[in-house]
Design a protein around this ligand. Structure first.
Ligand code: DGT
Ligand code: CA
Ligand code: CA
Ligand code: ZN
Length: 588
């Protein structure tokens, strides 16, 4: 199974990095293993097939992947041949299992965990809990009452099922919170940061930054907001609260920063941590230091109140500029080569001019044809494709050919009444488990738009899934491969085809790969979008609307596109009507 081998290997390298840290190894080795873990987790192609196809070349090919050195490549090959990595087994024997859990507690770094283990014999979360009130714990370096209180809260949070929440649930809450804080009388600037600003599909916690002349008023507005169920901490510069949102417990942190340092703070707290590390490395090479207050000349730390003037601090763009970099949009701050690349003009929400995947009451949608057209028209789209389900989607009330024909007539009748929008008659045709499509070719050929999507048999093995999707892509009447893997964020893995092959075939057959904008799907996911973009493949961003509010989910698709370095030009939904219609017709 393609991605599974990648993720199993990534996990092994992650564990090696953690074990190395805990045993006090050279940071260079730790970083190297951590990097390999990330590279493997994000690799679009299957390492197994990369090596299997030509074992003699396998090692060389692995070394060509940025971030994987010879030593790591050899370990990967060792794993593929023997099913284990001897060094991994040896390292794991040196570290008690339970210690990895302790390392996972937010706020606990490897140095502290190492000290807990060596000095107090703590080897598990249970051990740590038992020692929270003990005097010995307080003898460790950096282990003040405040840190201990934070550990206690983190443990409680974990027990209450603290988990990452989907962006579609968190973002609207965070926006509302930010708006409320902006209304504080003396507020100068309020923004969200963290993974939310980077547009990640799931969010660990909400990070908000505020500059305010009256800090206490800001703290109050935050801690007393109506969604807050518990105030976890309330300090001068940082407050943490718990919010209850649709049954999910979400933590939000507010950080108060001086307006003059807002840019540097925003940059720091937007992350990703890995991106920040790269920026700091770059600053150091220029004999500068970068922290949450600004970019400063010289490498010697000075106290924050020394009056030292920063080189850059007020705006993020100033910091990038002073480091000799262009402004890097938040969505691509992931240490995926963004510091060394030319930054493309990423797609924006306003670029989208067409919705090409939407449902009506004819199948499982809640909107009539006219209501659906109203939604698209209100958003200023020049084109809407109506794509109800095909016959095999029984649960979704899929249309047989006779109903499809009647539906087509109704769509035509409604379309004729509209002047401002072109309404196209399409279908979301099921990709059957063997890759055949659910309508015959002559039926597909008669439709303006064909979205082909997998809905069933989503646990197929990788090879079968690849074959299945390739067959659909090769059908000459298919325009768009809808939610290609069928994954559901946090709920279902979906198919794990060889993405590299899928992307190459889509490019060859002029099929657009869909980013399904529904936050429960976000399929294609960011890393696959990036691979598709690099390969020059067309991308569609569609909401797959079944009801009015689904149109508002478009932003999540756009954010995912941006995380995949997508430009407007490569996304068919941004094209002018003439160009889009000509492209659709080219397959008829
Ligand atoms: P999340 O909340 O798990 O979805 O992910 P983030 O990225 O929002 O992470 P979070 O909330 O722990 O921290 C927000 C940002 O603050 C993070 O992206 C980078 C910055 N940050 C936090 N802790 C550190 C740190 O120890 N070192 C560095 N360089 N940056 C940090
Ligand atoms: Ca966060
Ligand atoms: Ca946070
Ligand atoms: Zn659909």
């Amino acid at each position: 199974m393609a991605t599974n081998t990648n993720s199993r290997l990534a996990r092994l390298f992650e564990q090696m990095a953690a074990a190395l840290e805990l045993t006090g190894a050279n940071p260079f080795r730790v970083n190297s293993d951590a990097r390999v873990a990330r590279v493997l987790a994000e690799l679009p192609q299957d390492v197994e097939s990369l090596v299997d196809a030509d074992p003699a070349q396998g090692l060389k090919r692995l070394c060509e992947i940025p971030g994987i050195g010879k030593g790591s490549a050899e370990k990967i090959v060792e794993f593929l041949e023997t099913g284990e990595i001897a060094e991994h087994t040896a390292l794991l024997n040196q570290v008690p299992d339970g210690l990895f859990g302790v390392l996972d507690i937010p706020g606990l770094g490897p140095k502290t965990v190492k000290a807990m283990w060596e000095k107090l014999g703590i080897t598990s979360i249970e051990d740590l809990k038992g020692k929270l009130d003990s005097p010995e714990l307080r003898t460790l370096p950096r282990m003040g009452e405040k840190t201990i209180e934070n550990i206690r809260k983190a443990l409680q949070f974990k027990e209450q099922g603290g988990q990452r929440a989907p962006i579609g649930i968190v973002r609207p809450v965070a926006i509302e919170l930010v708006e409320a804080l902006r209304k504080v009388k003396s507020a100068q600037r309020v923004e969200f940061a963290g993974s939310l600003r980077r547009g990640k599909e799931t969010i660990g916690d909400i990070d908000i930054l505020a500059a305010c002349k009256d800090a206490e008023a800001m703290r109050q507005a935050f801690c007393n907001h109506e969604d807050v169920t518990q105030v976890l901490s309330r300090g001068d510069t940082k407050c943490s609260v718990r919010l209850d949102v649709r049954g999910l417990v979400i933590q939000a942190d507010l950080r108060l920063v001086p307006e003059a340092n807002f840019g540097a703070a925003w940059l720091y707290f937007t992350g990703s941590k890995e991106h920040n590390v790269r920026l700091r490395e770059r600053a150091i090479r220029k004999k500068h230091r970068l922290n949450e207050y600004g970019l400063y000349k010289g490498l010697d730390e000075r106290p924050q109140d020394s009056g030292e003037k920063p080189v850059a601090a007020a705006k993020e763009a100033d910091v990038y500029k002073a480091l000799g970099l262009p402004y890097i949009p938040p969505e691509i701050r992931e240490d995926r080569g963004e510091l060394d690349a030319e930054i493309p003009d990423l797609i924006e929400l306003a670029d989208i001019k067409a919705e090409l995947h939407a449902h009506t009451t004819a199948s499982d949608g809640k909107l009539t044809i006219d209501e659906l057209i109203d939604c698209a028209e209100q958003r200023g789209y020049h084109t809407l494709a109506i794509t109800d389900h095909s016959v095999s989607s029984v649960i979704a009330n899929g249309l047989d050919v006779k109903r499809l024909r009647a539906h087509g007539k109704s769509i035509c009748a409604c379309a004729k009444k509209r002047k401002n929008i072109t309404v196209l008659c399409g279908a979301e045709v099921d990709i059957l488990p063997d890759g055949r499509l659910d309508y015959d070719d002559d039926v597909l050929a008669s439709l303006d738009v064909v979205v082909a999507s997998p809905h069933v048999s989503l646990r197929q093995d990788s090879k079968t899934a690849t074959k299945r999707l390739l067959r659909a892509i090769e059908n000459p009447y298919v325009h768009i491969l809808g939610h290609p893997t069928g994954r559901m964020v946090g709920a279902r893995e979906g198919l794990e085809p060889d993405m590299k092959e899928i992307i190459a075939a889509a490019k060859q057959h002029n099929v657009a790969l869909e980013i399904n904008a529904n936050w429960k799907r976000l399929d294609l996911r960011d890393i696959h979008v990036r691979a598709a973009v690099e390969a020059g493949c067309l991308i569609a961003i569609d909401t797959d609307a079944h009801r009015t509010q689904h149109f508002d989910y478009l932003i999540y698709g756009v954010l995912t596109g941006r995380r995949g370095w997508l430009t407007a030009a490569q996304c068919i939904n941004t094209w002018p009507a003439k160009k889009l219609h000509a492209w659709l017709k080219s397959k008829r």
